[in-house]
Design a protein around this ligand. Structure first.
Ligand code: ATP
Length: 347
């Protein structure tokens, strides 16, 4: 039987002594999608992956895989029977085996089920998929970090697992390679039509990779949604601040709009009463103007853009991202306006 919900967790908890690593989590993963678990160190991401893989048993709750209960209510399917592929940050390649042999090792679980010719063909397909066919006879130490990670991915995908779990797979790579690998891995997973759960504590990585982002905090799920949704409409101030730079200014909401130091702003979600308005620095627009409502009090240059700190007439401080060549100087007066609608939280 196939099931659109490939993985389903129902009220799953797991504690280590007094630490509630995973605390009453319910979650589902659709077939063929990439779900990213994002959260600060220690929030329970790895424990959640290990529960899905069968490397930990839940204290309570149920885990369903492809329509079958694999943990909970007396059910238990061991890890080797779950058809789950895993990729870790340290690649865990065998140093004495060539690239081809490492990928072939991924087929061990299918021993006896595939002929030698079928195994060789599957390995070749995987090497083609990750673009390493020309390096099949190299040993891991002859490869770059990014290439080693692609071998690890090929090995995990070779037995056609129902799901691939990736735990911080890029954390050993430098920033530029990390960015390139993200795009590559995303494409490889798409081509293989794989379902994947990816763990990271890097916001940019989560937002650029995921179909669905799951934001975790202290063993609980705070929000689940598409990258645009969680970034533009965070459920609370903590999630908003965790996902990226955010200005919070006080205001009074009157349904679809709120009055604040920047004037009347449209709200993404209607509210009433005293609120804190969340405005991303890139949602603010500036124009130099003698009688503008703000003054530039600090400038930090980043190359691709710059962050300006403004002081509004009423003393409110705001951070604004502008393109790096915006000709604004310290002390200059500017007019500030907001693009689009903003989120409001009861204050
Ligand atoms: P990181 O990003 O640092 O890897 P994480 O979000 O993956 O963190 P987990 O590794 O799942 O978090 O850990 C969640 C909590 O459970 C932490 O407080 C951790 O110390 C604790 N924990 C995890 N595994 C064990 C274990 N085997 N024994 C005791 N405590 C554990």
């Amino acid at each position: 039987m196939t099931c659109e919900r490939l993985i389903e967790l129902r009220r799953v908890s797991k504690a280590f002594g007094a630490t509630r690593a995973v605390d009453d989590i319910s979650l589902s993963v659709e077939r063929g999608t990439i779900q990213v678990l994002l959260g600060a160190s220690g929030c329970g991401k790895t424990t959640l992956l290990r529960l899905i893989a069968g490397l930990e048993k839940p204290d309570s709750g149920e885990i369903w895989l492809n329509g079958e209960r694999v943990a909970g209510q007396g059910a238990w399917l061991p890890p080797e029977a779950r058809r789950i592929g895993m990729v870790f940050q340290d690649y865990a390649l065998f140093p004495h085996m060539t690239v081809r042999q490492n990928v072939l090792f991924g087929l061990t679980s299918l021993n006896g089920k595939l002929s030698q010719a079928e195994r060789a063909q599957r390995v070749q397909q995987m090497l083609d998929l990750v673009g390493l066919a020309h390096r099949s006879n190299c040993f891991p130490h002859q490869l770059s970090g990014g290439e080693q990670q692609r071998v690890a991915l090929a090995r995990a995908l070779a037995p056609k697992p129902s799901v691939v779990l990736l735990d911080e797979p890029f954390s050993n790579l430098d920033a530029a390679l990390r960015r390139a690998m993200r795009e590559e891995v995303r494409q490889i997973l798409r081509l293989a039509k794989a379902t994947a759960i990816f763990v990271t504590h890097d916001q940019e990585e989560a937002l650029s990779l995921a179909d669905t982002v799951v934001i975790m905090r202290e063993g609980k799920v705070e929000q689940v949604g598409a990258p645009q949704e969680v970034y533009l409409r965070p459920v609370n101030r903590e999630v908003a601040a965790f996902l990226g730079e955010a200005n919070f200014i006080e205001g009074v909401a009157q349904g679809e709009v709120a009055q604040c130091a920047l004037g009347k702003l449209p709200l993404a979600v209607p509210m009433h009463g005293k609120v804190s308005l969340m405005i991303r620095p890139e949602a603010l627009c500036l124009t130099a103007s003698q009688d503008g409502n703000a003054e530039v009090v600090a400038i930090r240059f980043f190359g691709h853009d710059q962050l300006l700190r403004l002081r509004l007439t009423d003393g409110t401080l705001l951070d604004v991202r502008t393109w790096s060549n915006a000709e604004l100087a310290l002390g200059e007066r500017v007019a500030v306006s907001v693009r689009g609608s903003v989120m409001a939280y009861q204050s």
